[in-house]
Design a protein around this ligand. Structure first.
Ligand code: PBG
Length: 332
């Protein structure tokens, strides 16, 4: 694009910014409830909404409370919800069988949600960390996070979630070859319409801290995730990973974290034109909330500005803990 403009004073850019009406007419991007996926944390029990200290405003929900909150979200027009389980400590071990148990917390939640609110899309997380004794997304053998054995487990997890009725599967593990393996297994099992949103460009980030508290993986994590999650210094590698996952059968791709990686969102959308999502992760949300609680920034304005930034960068939608707050604000 080659913008043509006359010299000052024939061109005065402030003319188009003079009033709310002119600003509305010339606005290039919109933020709508359609652009939201709401990540929620679930736990066992009844009638529980357990606040998470490092995520102000976010709670772990027992399944009965999940249904109430999901109904509110659906009524606000939020199209999709994404489930993250806090697994009971005695179900966490090094073999992670709970991850693909048909009756694990996530799979029970999927069934309950699809029965009560069939129109609300349910997305899941595929990775071993909520079930793993050492907090890693894959099996650990002699200190190594092993790829191919982990992919076999992820396939079992994917099939159990698809059987339970999940609409969108979200492999967040960063093992190689998992998208192709999951896609093949879904086809073979007759789940031809289950979508995969690949966490394709997921970085080894410091911004996941509050999430790891929320699922109880943080205190268990041995070492770091740098042998499978991406180096924050890299950008071309993200393009190669997205290309790979699309070629293996991903329907949508995600960049994660969000705001610190807007350049990656933009490159991915430009390069492939595929449905592109960003995850405004727990640390990003916590920073805005903490600053707002201290009176250092206007939390509502910072929420709106940060979410609009994803749209401007080319994202179709955003996974954000702000989803219900934004939806309410848009409702007026
Ligand atoms: C784990 C997973 C993580 C997040 C989503 N899935 C954390 C990690 O990779 O350690 C982070 C989300 C957030 O911080 O909000 N498979």
């Amino acid at each position: 694009m080659q913008p043509i403009q006359a010299a000052f004073p024939a061109t005065r850019h402030r003319r188009n910014r003079r009033s709310a009406a002119l600003r509305a007419l010339t606005r290039e991007n919109e933020l709508s409830v359609n652009n939201l996926i709401w990540p929620v944390f679930i736990r066992e029990g009844q009638g529980i909404e357990e606040p998470i200290a490092s995520l102000p405003g976010v709670s772990r929900l027992s399944l009965d409370r999940l249904l109430v909150r999901a109904e509110e979200a659906a009524a606000l027009g939020i199209p999709a919800i994404c489930l993250f389980p806090y697994t009971d400590p005695d179900l966490r071990n090094e073999t992670c069988e709970e991850a693909w148990s048909p009756d694990n917390l996530t799979n029970r939640a999927i069934r309950a949600l699809k029965a009560a609110l069939p129109e609300l899309a349910v997305m899941t997380d595929i990775a071993l960390d909520p079930y793993n004794a050492n907090g890693h997304d894959g099996f650990v053998r002699d200190g190594i996070i092993v790829n191919d054995e982990t992919v076999e487990a992820l396939v079992k997890m994917a099939l159990a979630q698809a059987d339970a009725g999940a609409d969108i599967l979200g492999p967040s593990d960063m093992m190689d070859g998992r998208i192709g393996a999951i896609r093949q297994a879904l086809e073979a099992a007759g789940h031809k319409d289950v979508a995969i949103m690949s966490y394709a460009a997921k970085y080894a980030s410091a911004f996941y801290g509050p999430f790891r508290d929320a699922v109880g993986a943080g205190s268990r994590l041995v070492g770091d995730k740098k042998t499978y999650q991406m180096d924050p210094a890299n950008s071309d590698e993200a393009i190669r990973l997205v290309a790979r996952d699309l070629a293996e059968g991903a329907d949508m791709v995600m960049v994660k974290p969000g705001l610190p990686y807007l350049d990656i969102c933009h490159r991915v959308k430009e390069a492939f034109g595929a449905p592109t999502f960003a995850y405004q992760v727990s640390g990003e949300y916590a920073m805005i909330q903490a600053a707002a609680q201290n009176g250092w920034i206007d939390g509502e304005k910072a929420m709106l500005e940060s979410l609009m930034a994803f749209r401007r960068a080319g994202c179709d939608a955003i996974l954000t803990y702000f989803a219900p707050a934004l939806a309410r604000l848009l409702r007026g």
